[in-house]
Design a protein around this ligand. Structure first.
Ligand code: SF4
Length: 633
């Protein structure tokens, strides 16, 4: 596979929207736009695109773009400045606040829309050299439950399966996922399996979404009762002789405790039906389907993740797969569907406040390892503040400088009014953005830095199945827009850390990222792309989509994890997790009169900054609600 399709003369790149990570062919029209089609050679989509991806060519307008660095002047207005002045100002103000109040007084807030190289440089600067772990991301809002569930069960944030499992499963269970709208190309893949191989589809969701239209069984359970359903399933598997005792014995720990807890939550079909609001017939049907189908993939998405009990829901699902040994085998795995295009890449570099780097945590040996690799004597030694706590700390005046890169927390955070009020208290508020105006920019930014957008920037993203793909540039960046990795690196140099930030290209950053993943790894960490650490610039440019891990010396990547154990816990065994007995807050009261759920719009992405530019889709959504205002890139 080459970077350019020779027949179409199109650039091979990756869609910037959801975590499916579809390959795109982009053919510039030489007037700022491009013709877009699906890349038949990309293993995520084999040429298919959904409505959002197909309309990408209509979203390349420069109308609202931020083209030049701007700083708020003494009169309160934003004034254009030279890049060198903007970077000097940001570095000077950060240095002043760090010297006065310590590294805990500053923070970065990143985005699952960033490229891995952008994430890597920002994470390295804050954790390695400023010495604070106050780096969090909007991926916290969509993927944190899955990350925590994976780490509790597997000892690492590992997705055990791959997309081929969706082709090879006989039963596809979707929990809290409207895949027909939110992961449309993957859903088409599931439907092809249903059509060609007779796979059955079960949808578990309080809402009757479009996905339900193709389901063999729909379980419209009460909100917040997924843990009860999967606890009941674990009990049923145990009581009907469906456990894989050999797998449990050899590769797991904690099974008995989790089964006792499951019995106390939902000790049978009738109890499960009562807890979930489902009929006993439907519950029994689902239990029987799962029990009798070795090749089962259970996919979960925002309906599971965005919940006060999200982590327990993830583990209740994983428990059922561990108990039956249905993990990491063709057509059999639990499977987290990622929301954003590079939520996985952000997790790889450690772009969350409770991760250090490259799937290493804040344990003394791992801090020491990363410190030596980065040559970073001031490395952060404990976790930082996660998204919500971080903005609360801004509100209390404890964090005085914030750099937001490629996201719009003034809209997307819970309790957005409080977030907006907090932003106004900042002593230094820097934003790297594509657009001149959005809710966060309008919340009192002091410095605006113009970042390159999709089609202009170059680097890598990782999709839901651990597949790293290249996003390639095919347009000339407008105005003075720069790559995010470059902007952060320039500030790092001005802070005095130049030797550690001598990156001249995204390939430079990627090579270091790959080398860190392999550093003193020896199979002890799941994330290892050591085979890619010596790619030449040309090889990086031509890099074909590749799954991780691909370790030094590997010819082929490893496709799946855990079929034969090999977990990343200390004892190399998976842990069954006994979920908390769910506190059912599903009934409304006078004090809590509303029952809220989350959902997405089929033809739009986030708050429509890019997708809303497409004339057809924007008008459709405006007619649905006047509140859909383009806001994030
Ligand atoms: S939005 Fe998702 S499913 Fe649609 S084309 Fe882009 S990556 Fe593929």
């Amino acid at each position: 596979m080459t970077a350019v399709d020779p027949t179409l003369r199109a650039t091979r790149t990756t869609c910037p929207y959801c975590g499916v990570g579809c390959g795109v062919l982009a053919t510039p029209d030489n007037s700022g736009g491009a013709a877009i089609s699906g890349d038949p050679g990309h293993p995520a989509n084999f040429g298919r695109l959904c409505s959002k991806g197909s309309a990408l060519g209509e979203t390349l307008s420069l109308e609202d773009r931020l083209l030049y660095p701007m700083i708020r002047c003494s009169k309160g207005t934003m004034e254009r400045v030279a890049w060198s002045d903007a970077l000097d100002h940001v570095a000077h103000r950060f240095a002043h606040i760090i010297a006065r109040d310590g590294p805990g007084a500053v923070a970065f807030y990143l985005s699952g829309q960033l490229l891995t190289e952008d994430y890597y440089v920002a994470n390295k600067l804050m954790k390695g050299f400023i010495g604070s772990a106050n780096v969090d991301t909007n991926s916290r809002l969509c993927m944190a439950s899955s990350v925590a569930g994976h780490r509790r069960a597997f000892g690492a944030d590992t997705v055990p399966g791959c997309y081929e499992d969706l082709d090879e499963a006989d039963l596809l269970v979707l929990v809290g996922s409207n895949a027909a709208w939110c992961h449309p190309v993957l859903f088409q893949r599931m439907l092809a399996n249903k059509l060609e191989r007779g796979a059955r589809i079960v949808v578990i969701d309080p809402r009757r979404t479009d996905t339900v239209g193709d389901a063999d069984l729909f379980l419209g359970l009460k909100p917040g009762t997924d843990t009860a359903l999967f606890s009941g399933l674990l009990v049923q598997l145990a009581d009907t002789g469906a456990l894989d005792h050999d797998y449990i014995e050899r590769h797991t720990s904690g099974f008995e405790d989790s089964l006792v807890r499951a019995r106390s939550i939902a000790g049978g079909v009738a109890a499960t039906a009562l807890a979930t609001g489902l009929s006993e017939v439907d519950v029994a049907d689902f239990f029987q389907m799962f029990r009798n189908t070795p090749r089962v993939v259970t996919m979960y998405s925002q309906g599971v993740n965005q919940s006060a009990q999200g982590t327990d829901k993830v583990n209740a699902i994983i428990n059922c797969h561990l108990a039956t040994g249905r993990i990491g085998k063709p057509g059999a795995s639990p499977f987290s569907l990622t929301g954003q295009p590079n939520a996985m890449g952000g997790r790889e570099v450690g772009g969350l406040a409770n991760q250090l780097a490259a799937h290493m945590a804040f344990t003394p040996p791992e801090i020491d390892r990363v410190r030596r690799f980065w040559k970073a004597p001031r490395i952060a030694t404990h976790e930082g503040l996660k998204a919500v706590q971080l903005f609360e700390a801004i509100g209390r005046g404890e964090i005085k400088a914030l750099w937001v890169i490629g996201t719009n927390p003034a809209v997307s955070l819970p309790d957005a009014d409080a977030a907006r009020a907090a932003l106004k208290k900042l002593e230094l508020f820097v934003i790297s953005e594509n657009v001149r105006s959005n809710d966060t920019v309008n919340s009192g930014a002091h410095v605006l830095l113009p970042a390159q957008g999709w089609g202009e920037k170059s680097g890598t993203v990782t999709n839901s199945e651990r597949r790293i793909s290249r996003q390639r540039a095919f347009l000339t960046p407008p105005g003075e827009a720069k790559p995010d990795w470059w902007i952060v690196g320039e500030v790092a140099k001005r802070l005095g850390f130049g030797a550690a930030f001598e990156f001249n290209s995204p390939a430079d950053v990627f090579r270091e990222h790959a080398a860190l993943s392999a550093f003193e790894n020896n199979g002890g960490r799941d994330f290892d792309i050591g085979a890619l650490q010596s790619l030449s610039d040309e090889a990086f440019d031509e890099l074909a989509p590749v799954l991780w891990p691909i370790r030094l010396g590997d010819i082929q990547p490893q496709q799946r994890f855990f079929a034969d154990g090999g977990f990343f816990t200390n004892e190399h065994k998976a842990r069954f997790i006994a979920p908390e007995i769910p506190a059912l807050r599903t009934e409304t009261t006078a004090a809590r009169p509303l029952r809220l759920n989350t959902g997405r719009i089929r033809d739009q992405w986030h708050t429509m900054t890019r997708s809303g530019i497409s004339p057809g889709w924007a008008s459709i959504c405006r007619s649905r609600s006047s509140k859909f205002i383009p806001t994030t890139r």
